[in-house]
Design a protein around this ligand. Sequence first.
Ligand code: SF4
Length: 113
Amino acid sequence: MNECNRRVFTLHVIAGSSLLAATGLQAQEKEVKVSSEKLTEADPYAKSMGFRLNTANADKVKFPRHDVSQKCSECQLFSGKPGEPLGPCSFFGGRQVPVDGWCRNFKVKKAKA
Ligand code: SF4
């Protein structure tokens, strides 16, 4: 390997390492935050989002487009495990919400390809 090739090789190694480090940081940032704390209907922010422990109790006057088929277990922001009654909601900082819960930020899960 001549001097020029060695320099180019070294620059590629440095660039590659930086890219890997940056990618690793991004992956860490995307990790879902999980809390053991249960979200309550009395929580001021949850209240402002119309959060209910059971979707059937959503305020139909305030949220006329709400439908009982909308529930946390069907929401993109829910990352609970199948069969578990509660799971983390990324919208509420990873706090635990019930599978049958609901809030106005409900986003239907995208179909898997
Ligand atoms: S954002 Fe989704 S998972 Fe979180 S409380 Fe609202 S409906 Fe449930």
